[in-house]
Design a protein around this ligand. Structure first.
Ligand SMILES: Cc1cc2nc3c(=O)[nH]c(=O)nc-3n(C[C@H](O)[C@H](O)[C@H](O)COP(=O)(O)OP(=O)(O)OC[C@H]3O[C@@H](n4cnc5c(N)ncnc54)[C@H](O)[C@@H]3O)c2cc1C
Length: 474
């Protein structure tokens, strides 16, 4: 059975991988000339990689880790020390660590918080712990009910000190969702916190040992093709064409560089494009269907990824860092953290700039100038001195609409993978799955879509689509 999948991000590729495992023939149609979507990466003229996003993998990513195991590429992950590292704005250049000991949960995280004396007083820690209790005791249902509050509102309701917000939650919220605690749903941060508290290695961080395109997407493509599937670049979906009965008749693919449009016919169709693109591609008759109207409640959030190459080594820290800067979110010196980007003499800093709504339309030069100002605080020993480190080159990658904006109330707009259209399914990290918009969420959504297709085709038998002989006539 042929399954046409529009979108070659992690969700589309994971869906294809799990369809191959179930004996289906997936055909992935990626619109751009690169796979990976939000994890896509490119090589510049010097052979240096730059990426759509700085990506951290967590121990609490069971579906991603399982996928990598099934592909035989677990060794592409470089696990770092079990610690979370924060810059201290009031002490430029000084880092504060939450070292997580290798003891059973939740004592590992509690111990990490209690042993850190740089960021919170004992009273603040105690009030934080008491405020967190309902989330720990009452579990996921409580966490999901909190989707009606912003994180800031929730912290205030729990009587948690403002200092906990400014010390920890602004950084966590920006890192997880690219927005601040006064905008993000409390559910998002509480879900992550809950997993970290419950899983011994949940908050342990890994980096890929090279670009996601080469080290994660390509092995998925090899697996799909070896299993009889296909993966095509430069195949942008232009239109979802409907049959008279309202089912999907085929995907119309836009012809590029003067070529004509192409009609692709399959038994089943999957949209694994982002929610913003899906809203534009919705066929008119579907626009009044409540299921598809849910999509109007979701919208991608802007984010910017920065790469700065310097003439010297700025740090030997081999880890993700929370900058705690109003401009920047997390960062890493990729010359330390990533094997394929390694340089023992010169640093390449990769930063996520978030929230990015006020910067997304600014020229790259202004973004870099503002970032260089921040570096004086993050690395005072290398900037603002007689011989400051020199910026050799930079790359700015802007994504005006990335993962869905995780503001309060969004959970109820996230659509299921199964749609009211018999031969049409959705995939993507924005769809309903228990993780936020993340790589783990994308992989899980792809897996759920493959499962849903198998279940629906079993229950409907040959009625799922036109028969193969009918299709050959299209
Ligand atoms: C800066 C940044 C940092 C991030 N950091 C992390 C992190 O540290 N950890 C983490 O877990 N997650 C992180 N994420 C989130 C993660 O990258 C995404 O949640 C995940 O990759 C989304 O995958 P997806 O397949 O659902 O969507 P997408 O990646 O958006 O894939 C959609 C695909 O559809 C394609 N497409 C669009 N239109 C068409 C069309 N008309 N026809 C055909 N194809 C089309 C796109 O080109 C794309 O390939 C980060 C994201 C960004 C931007």
């Amino acid at each position: 059975m042929r399954v046409a999948i529009a979108g070659g991000g992690l969700a589309g590729l994971a869906c294809a991988k799990y369809l191959v495992d179930r004996g289906y023939q997936p055909i992935v149609l990626e619109g751009r000339d690169v796979l990976g979507g939000l994890v896509a990466a490119w090589k510049d003229e010097d052979g240096d990689w730059y990426e759509t996003g700085l990506h951290a993998f967590f121990g609490a990513y069971p579906n991603m880790l399982q996928l990598m195991k099934e592909l035989g590429i677990e060794n592409h992950l470089q696990w770092k020390q079990h610690t979370l590292i924060f810059n201290q704005p009031e002490k430029p250049g000084v880092l504060s660590r939450f070292d997580v000991p290798d003891i059973p949960p939740p004592f590992h995280i509690i111990s990490a918080i209690l042993r850190n004396n740089d960021m919170l007083t004992w009273e603040q820690k105690a009030r934080f712990a008491v405020g967190l209790l309902p989330a720990v005791i009452r579990g996921q249902q409580y966490v999901e009910d909190m989707d009606r509050y912003t994180l800031l509102e929730w912290l205030q309701r729990q009587g948690i000190d403002e200092r906990v917000n400014s010390d920890i939650f602004i950084a966590a919220s920006k890192a997880l969702t690219f927005i601040n605690p006064d905008e993000v749903s409390a559910t998002i941060t509480l879900t992550a916190l809950n997993r970290f508290l419950r899983e011994r290695y949940g908050s342990k961080i890994a980096f890929l040992d090279g670009s996601p395109t080469e080290r994660l997407c390509q092995p998925m493509v090899d697996y799909i093709v070896a299993g009889g599937g296909e993966v095509h670049l430069n195949k942008p979906l232009k239109e979802i064409q409907l049959a008279e009965d309202g089912q999907v008749n085929g995907f119309l693919i836009r012809g590029l560089n003067g070529a004509g449009d192409e009609f692709i016919s399959a038994d089943v169709y999957v949209s694994a494009v982002s929610v913003d693109v899906m809203k534009v591609l919705l066929p008119n008759p579907w626009k009044c269907v409540p299921f598809f109207q849910q999509l109007n409640g979701l919208e991608g959030v802007p984010v910017i990824n920065l790469h700065l190459w310097f003439d010297r080594k700025l740090t030997d820290v081999d880890h993700l860092l929370f900058s705690r800067s109003p401009l920047l979110s997390v960062y890493a010196d990729m010359s330390n953290t990533c094997k394929a980007y390694a340089d023992s003499d010169r640093s390449m800093l990769e930063f996520v700039l978030a929230p990015a709504k006020d910067w997304i339309n600014q020229p790259d030069t202004e973004i870099i100038a503002a970032t260089m100002e921040e570096l004086k605080r993050l690395f005072p020993q290398h900037f603002g001195t007689d011989q400051p480190a020199q910026l050799r080159k930079y790359k700015v990658v802007k994504t005006p609409r990335s993962v869905y904006t995780a503001s309060p109330g969004r959970q109820s707009y996230r659509p299921a993978q199964v749609t009211p259209i018999k031969n049409f399914f959705l995939s993507g990290s924005y769809t309903q799955q228990k993780y936020l918009g993340s790589m783990e969420g994308a992989v899980l959504s792809g897996k759920l879509t493959a499962k849903a297709i198998a279940e629906r085709s079993h229950s409907l038998g040959s009625n799922l689509s036109k028969s193969s002989s009918e299709k050959a006539l299209v």
